[in-house]
Design a protein around this ligand. Structure first.
Ligand code: DGY
Length: 325
């Protein structure tokens, strides 16, 4: 029988079994067995009928969704570090707290950024497509030549946890040189260990062979990579985005890749997910992954447990460990 004092929590997507079980022990959970996005109508209903909502990047919780009365929910426990899909000002105005899950997906997302760099630099996506299509005629010296990462310059935009984890892998694993632009400078010891050179944003684009993006989605970062910045990159330049799609002007990127303004790109995120610009799909010099940065059993379980820690703290009236609004 339902315990009337247990808070009602809507969980908007399926989560690893261990997380769903742990949540169900503490809360009156409304799980989403169909695992399809709730959409604006479903989200409004969740906000009206639950005490808290465990949401994800696939839930667009904007001012219109939050502005529809009644809103019973007092907490949006986001499953993910990025929360650009939640209108924080609207949540604040309603007195709805928002939390995220930092720290637990850093290594896996950094690994994926490195994978995309390698895939883009070596043309691994198109190589695999060639083999699967039966077009491979055998080894030859001039077949499918890519470019090496070792010794090249990596430009990191945004030196938060994930940016720094990518930097460590690139410098210590591949012997890349490092330039970066970040709101918060690297601590001295870390900057020295990585031999990292801080630059203005435009200079990162003009001096790096590979640029990897690690900034959140905010009004200020929207289309930070536009036609002008792409044109600053060298023609052999590679752009990698595992951050958020709207940081890049996708139409400008299609044009830059098609015209050889830059050589290649590796993308895990898109401006209008889950749609991907048809222009990108038609190009061979871009690697396209379906937002897999944190997609390991380990990260996704840890993200769920971290969201739950915030729910538990909230239900016990304690300070929220990862409050962002
Ligand atoms: C994150 O944690 O931000 C991932 O991209 C999923 O939202």
């Amino acid at each position: 029988m339902a315990n009337p004092i247990r808070p009602v929590v809507t969980v908007t997507r399926r989560l690893p079994a261990a997380v769903e079980e742990a949540l169900a022990e503490r809360f009156e959970c409304r799980f989403n067995a169909a695992d399809t996005p709730l959409g604006a109508v479903g989200l409004r209903q969740a906000l009206a009928e639950s005490d808290a909502v465990l949401c994800t990047v696939s839930d667009d919780i904007d001012a219109a969704v939050l502005g529809t009365e009644p809103v019973r929910a007092r907490l949006l426990a986001n499953f993910g570090v990025g929360y650009g899909h939640i209108d924080l000002a609207a949540a604040r105005a309603l007195g709805v707290a928002v939390t995220n899950t930092p720290g637990v997906l850093t290594d896996d997302t950094a690994d994926l950024a490195i994978a995309l760099m390698l895939m883009a630099a070596r043309g691994l996506g198109s190589g695999e497509r060639e083999l699967r299509s039966g077009a491979w005629t055998g080894w030859r010296p001039m077949h499918h030549l890519g470019t090496r990462l070792s010794g090249k310059t990596l430009g990191i935009v945004g030196m938060g946890r994930i940016g720094r984890a990518v930097a460590r892998r690139a410098v210590h694993g591949f012997g890349m040189r490092l330039v970066y632009c970040s709101r918060t400078p690297l601590p001295e010891g870390e900057a020295a260990a990585l031999d990292a050179v801080p630059l203005e944003l435009d200079a990162v684009f003009s001096q790096a062979d590979v640029v990897s993006l690690h900034v959140p989605s905010t009004g200020a970062t929207r289309h930070l990579v536009d036609r002008r910045r792409l044109a600053l990159m060298p023609r052999h330049g590679i752009l990698v985005n595992t951050a958020r799609g709207d940081v890049v002007d996708e139409a400008a990127l299609v044009e830059a890749l098609a015209r050889g303004v830059i050589a290649a790109a590796g993308l895990d995120v898109y401006e209008r997910e889950p749609s991907v610009s048809p222009g990108l799909l038609a190009l061979d010099n871009v690697v396209l992954l379906p937002h897999l940065g944190s997609a390991t059993v380990e990260s996704r379980t840890a993200m769920g447990m971290r969201a739950m820690e915030n729910l538990v703290a909230w239900s016990e009236g304690r300070a929220l460990p990862d409050q962002v609004a």
